[in-house]
Design a protein around this ligand. Structure first.
Ligand code: GLP
Length: 545
């Protein structure tokens, strides 16, 4: 699969491979094409585990006389310092073992920095000059370190342009210790081509394979150019091809948040960044049309982003993987099954409030907490329970906290029961009580606001509270009393690390939280959602993690 990725106006070609074997043969093919087009090419070569497969294929091609190295010159990216050529971990040894001793390249045409040079500075200068006098590198092969280094250009505030001696970071010493017998044996310094040296290559291929490159590839794709991930500098080069296998790349998840008026889609990467977001209108004509619209948009996004997993949040009740939602054409719809088969990839469906709770727990207000209860206060009250960082679904429908009974024989609820919490602590309940109080207290500020607007809403009620209207204060106190009672019950049952509140009313911020805290008995932190309306797409996407 070949994609073109745009990075703030710059384009990079991406060859996405199924596995390491395909990556190796795609990379070898590019090197072979280079040698066929220009037999006296100057190659920039890399070491590390990643290019080993590519070298193996090049050796086979050379043996079959499909490619010829006899006129090729090579310059290696880097070498440890100090290290002798004979050390089995030196890059001299590596190149001899994996390539040079097996192909028809002339030894005098291969150049690797001297790991025992008395004067490393002079050695670096000599190396730069040799590259220059050979006409410059035609094709540079690169790997990438887990911290984003290329060659041994380590993350730093400033990057060196020319070939130089550099200290190695702890992260690189750790990563490379796998090749050495003992951690202490890993050299603490290295000689490396500089960013400018690499940058002057006419063409660059950057290889990344395996799960341990997942995070850095995602950073490379989604961060701006910066010196703490040196590979991001390559975005400025006009001819770079990133060759990646799926395990290095597949760290992006697609989250879909179905709502009554719009359906939101978001791509979240392994560093939990929302890298793409868009929405479509909800067309409720029938189940087929709605699922078709969702599948079409997912497919469109999957063409741009190689998605590892899709998660969907939907309103309604989910039992036995069947969704029933009042405001959507879902009537025991097997949404998970249908979307998985349309899209030919795993899809997970959960209640939208559960997804929002997961989003907040993993990357929002509840980031530091393992167990959270999220309470969504709107027309009704929804909830999501996260235990140990995962959604608690019960048999599929857990988290319907708005319908726990707070008043035996109380107000009738749309669910058919009486005394449900949402009849007392939702925004609709607050508005209903405030409108009644406005009518009953004709001299109140609340009454005049009501008269002027012909209705009340959360914002107007807070306006009356600002003006210290006693009628509004009485309604609000009663409201907080019920809201707090429900929160205390939930805390008693789940003993969570944190309660997260969401919904339009939380826009009031401290004007809601401070008075609420006076009513809540427990001292567990109560925070307001930080992801706001994106919590659902985050959570839906992260169900795949
Ligand atoms: C070393 C080399 C780099 C290489 C990196 C990644 O530090 N100096 O040139 O890209 O390791 O190696 P691997 O492919 O083994 O992950």
């Amino acid at each position: 699969m070949i994609l073109s990725i745009e990075w703030g106006g710059f384009f990079m070609k991406l060859i996405l491979c199924e596995d390491y074997d395909e990556l190796s043969s795609k990379a070898a093919q590019i090197v072979a094409e280079q040698l066929k087009a220009k037999p006296d090419s100057v190659l920039g070569l890399a070491t590390g585990a990643t290019p080993v497969g590519m070298y193996r294929i090049l050796v086979q091609m050379n043996r079959k006389k499909e490619i010829d190295f006899s006129k090729v010159k090579s310059f290696n990216l880097d070498e440890y310092y100090p290290i002798s050529d004979a050390n089995t971990q030196s890059y001299h040894y590596f190149m001899k073992e994996n390539l040079f001793s097996k192909i028809d390249i002339l030894p005098e045409n291969t150049h690797i920095l001297n790991g025992l040079a008395d004067d490393p500075e002079a050695e670096c200068e000599r190396f730069e000059e040799m590259i220059e006098s050979s006409g410059g590198i035609d094709l540079q092969v690169l790997g990438i370190g887990q911290n984003g280094h290329i060659g041994f250009n380590e993350p730093s505030v400033t990057l060196n342009s020319k070939t130089h001696l550099t200290p190695l970071t702890e992260s690189t010493i750790n990563a490379n210790s796998r090749f050495f017998e003992r951690y202490e044996d890993v050299p603490r310094q290295a000689l490396t081509m500089g960013m400018g040296t690499i940058f002057r290559a006419k063409k660059i291929i950057l290889l990344a394979s395996g799960e341990n490159k997942n995070k850095v590839v995602s950073e490379l794709m989604n961060s701006d150019i910066n010196t703490s991930v040196p590979a991001t500098m390559l975005k400025l080069h006009p001819d770079v091809t990133l060759i990646c296998d799926k395990t290095a790349y597949m760290s992006q998840y697609l989250g879909v948040d179905i709502g009554g008026t719009e359906i939101k889609f978001g791509v979240v990467d392994s560093s939990h960044k929302l890298v793409h977001r868009e929405s479509i209108q909800t067309n409720c004509t029938n189940e087929k049309k709605l699922i078709g619209d969702i599948a079409d948009k997912c497919r469109e996004i999957m063409e741009k982003y190689p998605i590892a997993h899709i998660g969907v949040g939907t309103p309604g009740i989910i039992h036995d993987n069947k969704v029933a939602a009042v405001n959507l054409p879902f009537n025991n719809t097997e949404l998970e099954k249908k979307l998985s088969s349309y899209l030919d990839m795993p899809v997970k469906v959960s209640n939208d409030a559960n997804c929002a709770a997961l989003g907040e727990a993993v990357c929002g207000a509840g980031k530091s907490a393992k167990n959270i209860i999220m309470i969504t206060i709107g027309t009704g009250i929804g909830g999501g329970i996260i235990i140990g960082g995962k959604i608690y679904q019960g048999r599929g429908n857990a988290g319907e906290i708005g319908h726990m009974c707070i008043q035996i024989g109380g107000k009738e609820c749309s669910c058919g029961l009486r005394g449900c919490w949402e009849r007392y602590a939702s925004v609709s309940a607050l508005v209903e009580n405030a409108e009644k109080a406005a009518k009953d207290n004709v001299d109140s500020v609340l009454h005049s606001i009501y008269n002027k607007n012909g209705e009340l809403n959360g914002k107007l009620i807070f306006e009356a509270l600002e003006k210290k209207c006693p009628a509004a204060q009485a309604v609000f106190s009663e409201y907080l009393h019920y809201l707090a009672a429900g929160i205390d019950s939930l805390i008693l049952i789940f003993d969570p690390d944190m309660i997260v509140l969401s919904g339009g009313i939380t826009g009031a911020g401290d004007k809601l939280i401070n008075p609420l805290l006076k009513y809540v008995k427990s001292d567990i932190p109560i925070k307001i959602s930080s992801l706001k309306s994106d919590a659902g797409i985050y959570g839906a996407a992260l169900m795949g993690e």
